[in-house]
Design a protein around this ligand. Structure first.
Ligand SMILES: *Cc1c(COP(=O)(O)O)cnc(C)c1O
Length: 225
């Protein structure tokens, strides 16, 4: 396979999943997660039409950003972020996908020189090992988050457990969608919460069926090269 074949395959799977979904009226943005590859390989993905690039670590994010910033792409930081690293990276980030505490939100708000679009990470499955707010915890901090003028909560982000079955994914993604809609209907300032970041290589078609608007795909872009 080549990158161009992988890109075509993914885009056609995304189109098919979207057409079959009950959310077929919403658009789905495909984010290429380039953490497994060099900047040169990431460049190929961009030259084949992908407009969204993501990294999960600050050092890798900065490396890709500095090599590829001449391209007109949207930059996503998707991994958990330590508070002491916020100042090194946050002003190059278009979307941050792993807001998992109020303390981190306060640090981002302090260091940002413009409004950062953030997804709140939710741990709907309740897995011990996962970061993120439970639904109840999140509902209890919304007022506090809405006061941070450099943070716009664009939506929720979640991950299904690595070994989740199709039914378990449906349950987790479906519950995350419900929570996202519930919060968006509250019409809280700075918290539009209209987007949903969920779905990776193994489950993006299921995530789209359940209302994902951003999918984060790594492995599938770079397989069998
Ligand atoms: C690596 C990563 C992905 C992409 O995973 P694949 O299974 O390779 O598609 C998505 N989201 C996060 C947070 C990641 O760290």
């Amino acid at each position: 396979m080549t990158i161009i074949e992988n890109v075509k395959q993914i885009m056609s799977n995304v189109d098919a999943a979207q057409a079959a979904s009950s959310y077929s009226n919403q658009s789905v943005s495909v984010i290429a997660v380039t953490k497994y590859v060099t900047s040169d390989v990431a460049r190929e993905v961009i030259e084949n039409g992908i407009k969204h690039i993501a990294e999960n670590r600050v050092d890798l994010f900065l490396e890709k950003y500095n090599s590829l910033k001449e391209y007109d792409v949207t930059w996503h930081l998707i991994g958990n972020l330590q508070r002491r690293k916020v100042k090194d990276v946050i002003n190059f980030v278009d979307y941050f996908h792993a807001l998992d505490s109020v303390k981190l939100a306060n640090e981002i708000n302090k260091r940002a020189n413009h409004v950062i679009k953030c997804f709140v990470e939710v741990n709907i499955s309740g897995e011990e090992s996962k970061h993120g707010f439970s639904a109840d915890e999140l509902l209890s901090v919304l007022t506090e988050l809405s006061k941070l003028e450099n943070i716009k909560i664009v939506g929720l982000m979640t991950m299904a457990p690595f070994d989740a079955t199709e039914e378990e994914c449906d349950d987790i993604f479906g519950r995350t969608k419900k929570l996202q809609v519930e919060i968006s209907e509250m019409k809280i300032p700075n918290i539009p919460c209209t987007e949903l970041s969920m779905g990776m290589s193994r489950d993006y078609q299921n995530a789209i069926k359940n209302g994902a608007t951003f999918v984060r795909i790594g492995t599938e872009f770079f397989k069998d090269l």
